[in-house]
Design a protein. Sequence first.
Length: 167
Amino acid sequence: MPRLFPHQVRVQTDRPRFPDRCVCCGEDADTTYRPTPPQRRRGMPEPDDPLLLPYCFDCFEHLHASQTVGTMQLLALNVAVWGVAAMMIANLGGTVLAIGPAAGLALYIYARKIAAERIRKKPSCAGADIVMRSVWDRRETYIFSFASESYAEEFRKANEGVLSGGA
Ligand SMILES: [Zn+2]
Ligand SMILES: [Zn+2]
C-alpha cells in the first residue's frame, strides 16, 4: 500500500470531482496531470476516462522535474549497486567494474544539479513531487489523500454526494 498523505477523504468512486485549482499550490489550474489511478477491486472493468489532476504550469513543471530526478537517482543507485555487485560476483579486475560506482555517483550528482535548477517550488506549494495519492480501500470505497489541507477540504465539498462515512 503506497504511503498516503495526511489529509484523507473517503469517497465511493474512483473518479471523483477535483476542484478546478492546482492540487499543489491552490492557484488556478492551467493543465492536468494523469496520476497512477488507485488499484480497483478484482473483476471491476477499467473506466474509459483517465483520472486527471488539475495543475498549474509551474507545479506541473516542478513535478515533472522532480520525477525525472527521482528516476535518475534510482538509475544512479542501480548503476552503483550493480557495479559493486558485479565486482563482488565476478571478482574481476577493478578497472572496468569501477566504472559502475563512479558512473553511478556522476549520475547522482547530475540529478542533484538538475533538481536544484529545475525544481522551483513556490512557497504555496504542497510539495516538490506528487501531492495526491489514492488507494482502493474496500468495496466501493477509495481513499484520496492530499498533502494540502485546503485542497482536501475543497475536494471533500466537491464530492459531498459520494463521501463514504466508513472509519
Ligand atoms: Zn500549482
Ligand atoms: Zn507546486
